[in-house]
Design a protein around this ligand. Structure first.
Ligand code: ATP
Length: 514
């Protein structure tokens, strides 16, 4: 991360704390690493993002059913899914700093640093030459070509080592590339070992009878084991999907970057069951649909890109990530995976129960193929918050901090202020507040000057501030101030409901997808 990126990221973290979005878990005991709590504004923003996902996936699709399965599952689930044997990260320790790293992350960070050098060369040249042909520059400049060749070489070696499960070779790449520990600066590395990421606990009151169970590392398996229950009771016909949101737990080795990588987090997943042979068509369909969903939030089309997986997971025949430009660079936000019939077949085998679908058009039974869309709610929260936070310089040199959240997911849709705390203004303001709160998340504020109240609402992303003044008592109108433009309009109190509905409703976002 460059110093500038680090500053921006630090600002995001401190803003989250200062305005009640996110607190470190158990902070009074110095916190618990990579576990976070959502505060009064954060919980509502998170809920609104979850609602938008749920409505877009479940409410707007006749053929997608939403469910809510338990965190605890029969332990055999995780044998069948492959998590007990293969849900590992390669880890390596530095003997001097005693710090533990994910070997793949060390190598990826190393490649990102080389990429950074290329970007610097491109930037330098773009300032020197006009017009500037970037593609031509990249393919002809000696230094850039050398850097690119290095990246390609490491990528090839690394992907082969991962595919072969060759941990010695992974270590050798770290040694050959002279990658140093960021803390000690030394190259004194241990061997690379595999580390299982699942948390376990025991169920049962008597220790001899207690059995080891796992905290689910993904919500998907709760969907697979209920595939037939939902298909039969919901009379679902292929192709159809099952969606759910819920907590997942992973004992991440490198827990860093705030809520980007947590040990307890929330996923929003959808498994789409299709006829074998049609999975690639549905994979492409969901890639486009999910990218459009993200873009509809209006954070900027250029902030997203697809990244195809180098190493396919044991269950996949195609997989990609939708990456987002976080303050620390492009990173995975959502995974889209064509999981074949792997999971259902495994559960058939381990449970001894048939998990097949009778396709009346083909007059034949089969185990469906699955295309999965899986997005982290906390990562999405970070994407939204980090790209909405802005420091603006106003006319006259003043500055303001504004969180230009998409209005449909902002914690409060509007704030109501009486201009002064007398003359009947608080009473009218309270009345408007009480009328609107049935349909909208509202906040009421009568402390300090109106200017200060605007600043407080800007910082938590409230799209509208409504001020009741003396004229309001006479003509039943109020001033409405727009967060992003700071423009103020005079509107009738009777028109507020429809205005908020139009400008802040999730329906508007959903319509933009149709
Ligand atoms: P990564 O490569 O970043 O570890 P992953 O490929 O293991 O992620 P998936 O198993 O595909 O992730 O999970 C789907 C989504 O769940 C991810 O795209 C991400 O948004 C979210 N997610 C996964 N792990 C975490 C975590 N530790 N903290 C927060 N969100 C996570």
């Amino acid at each position: 991360m460059s110093a500038k990126q680090e500053d921006i990221f630090k600002q995001v973290i401190s803003h989250c704390k200062e305005y009640g979005f996110i607190f470190q878990s158990s902070e009074i005991y110095d916190g618990l690493s990579a576990v976070y709590d959502y505060g009064q504004t954060g919980a509502v923003l998170k809920k609104n993002i979850r609602d938008y996902w749920w409505k877009a996936m479940v409410q707007m699709h006749d053929n997608i059913a939403g469910i809510d399965t338990a965190i605890f599952m029969h332990p055999t689930t995780w044998k069948a899914s492959g998590h007990v044997d293969a849900f590992n990260d390669p880890l390596i320790d530095n003997k001097d700093s005693k710090k533990r790293y994910r070997a793949d992350v060390l190598i990826e960070d190393h490649m990102a640093r080389i990429e950074e050098k290329i970007n610097k060369e491109v930037e330098k040249a773009s300032k020197k030459f006009s017009p500037f042909d970037e593609a031509m520059f990249r393919s002809t400049n000696g230094r850039v070509k050398e850097y690119q060749a290095k990246i390609d070489e490491i990528k090839d070696r690394f992907s082969k080592a991962l595919n072969d499960g060759d941990l010695n070779e992974v270590r050798q790449i770290i040694v050959d590339e002279e990658i140093v520990c960021p803390i000690s600066g030394s190259r004194n590395w241990t061997d690379v070992r595999q580390f299982n990421l699942m948390f376990s606990t025991s169920m049962g009151s008597v220790s001899e009878e207690a059995s080891t169970i796992y905290l689910r590392p993904e919500t998907a398996q709760g969907i697979f084991v209920n595939f037939l229950n939902v298909q039969k009771t919901g009379r679902m016909k292929i192709p159809f999907g099952i969606a759910q949101t819920g907590k997942a737990f992973r004992n991440e080795i490198v827990a860093r970057q705030f809520i980007f990588r947590m040990r307890e987090f929330e996923q929003m997943e959808m498994q789409f069951f299709v006829r074998p042979g049609t999975e690639m068509q549905w994979y492409e369909h969901w890639k486009t649909a999910r990218l459009n969903w993200h873009r509809s939030l209006g954070l900027g089309h250029e902030k997203y890109r697809f990244h195809d997986h180098i190493k396919l997971a044991h269950y996949a025949n195609a997989a990609c990530d939708i990456e987002f430009q976080f303050p620390f660079g492009f990173k995975e936000l959502e995974g889209i995976h064509s999981r074949t019939d792997f999971d259902l077949k495994q559960h058939e085998q381990f449970s001894g129960k048939k998990l097949q679908y009778f396709d009346s058009e083909l007059n034949q039974s089969y185990v469906p193929y699955v295309v999965e869309t899986s997005v982290g709610l906390d990562r999405l929260f970070l994407a939204v918050l980090s790209s909405s936070l802005k420091e603006e310089v106003l006319e006259g040199g003043d500055t303001r901090t504004v969180l230009s959240l998409p209005p449909a997911i902002a914690p409060y849709k509007a704030a109501i202020f009486p201009l002064v705390k007398k003359d009947g203004l608080p009473e009218l303001a309270q009345k408007i507040f009480n009328d609107l709160r049935f349909d909208f998340d509202m906040t009421y504020d009568e402390k300090d000057t109106v200017g200060k109240r605007y600043r407080r609402q800007d910082a938590i992303g409230t799209p509208f501030c409504i001020t009741v003044d003396h004229q309001s008592l006479e003509d039943q109108s109020v001033t409405i101030r727009h967060r992003d433009t700071m423009q103020q309009d005079r509107v009738a109190i009777s028109g507020l409901h429809s205005l908020l509905n139009k400008k802040t409703g999730i329906a508007g976002l959903l319509r933009s997808l149709a």
